[in-house]
Design a protein around this ligand. Sequence first.
Ligand SMILES: Cc1cc2nc3c(=O)[nH]c(=O)nc-3n(C[C@H](O)[C@H](O)[C@H](O)COP(=O)(O)OP(=O)(O)OC[C@H]3O[C@@H](n4cnc5c(N)ncnc54)[C@H](O)[C@@H]3O)c2cc1C
Length: 287
Amino acid sequence: MIPAQFEYHRPASVSEALQLLRSLPDAKLLAGGHSLLPMMKLRLTSPAHLIDLGRIKDLRYIKESGSAVAIGALTTHWTIESSPLVQQKLPSLAECARSIGDVQVRNVGTIGGSLAHTDPAADYPAAILALNADLVAEGPRGRRTIASGEFFTGLFSTALRPDEILVEVKMPVLPPRTGSAYLKFPHPASGFAVVGVAAVLTLDSKGRCEQARIGITGVGPFAYRPQRTEDALRGVALDDKTIAAAADKAGDGVDVNEDIFASADYRRHLAQVFTRRAIKAALQRAR
Ligand SMILES: Cc1cc2nc3c(=O)[nH]c(=O)nc-3n(C[C@H](O)[C@H](O)[C@H](O)COP(=O)(O)OP(=O)(O)OC[C@H]3O[C@@H](n4cnc5c(N)ncnc54)[C@H](O)[C@@H]3O)c2cc1C
């Protein structure tokens, strides 16, 4: 399959890319191309101009910044999964990156591309919601920070403006007595999450759950935090019974996806099962 004709641009800096984005009608940014190019080949989108971010070295980094870890938007899934800093400070993010597709996809696909694309079955959205990430966008009016809870706005849609580039994802380093996990039921061919659940739990000095953040992907039109599950975990001692009761609420209030891979009932069931498992895995690591 061959995409429609387009003009190719290769800026060397974010400001050059922003200028192109502003001046070219019907342009799209290109990062790893692992979501955009298949869509172009299927003619689901036919942009007149492609602005390839690949040469902008300033967008490829992982660094500790105060009490947070900052990741440049062009950082590949493989770089994230193999980063000692991410493995140590944000283990569930490394676990999430490691679960994406296969090694070829992970070598080229980027965290910025995945989050900007926001496939309802993508893995990172669940992980970054649970990690309380901030996303940094740069546009003609400068930089602004978007909280992860406000970033995902609908099916394949985000709070990014058409003239903005996602430049960084920033996550606070996990505090002491905190455990995190990302688990998913993968589609057997692509590896995308039929259901994916991230859990981050902080225990108090008596071993009760002080803070719980859960992110779920694959279940609804976009990733979300199941408030009722989180509320049921906070302030209680976590045993099998409290965890199961909280996990049972994982699909509450969600318009659950239904497709050839899984019915709505099955997906809701998977959301409950994987929420339970992710909470248990995070709890074990918090102790
Ligand atoms: C075979 C296969 C298996 C896969 N399996 C999985 C999986 O298991 N889990 C999973 O989560 N994903 C999976 N993916 C998707 C993969 O992770 C993609 O790499 C990712 O979704 C998109 O990242 P990209 O860098 O390739 O972005 P691109 O395809 O280049 O871009 C995607 C979209 O984001 C926009 N964009 C890119 N970068 C930016 C930016 N910095 N700012 C603003 N907009 C931007 C582009 O304009 C485009 O609209 C799979 C893909 C393939 C081909």
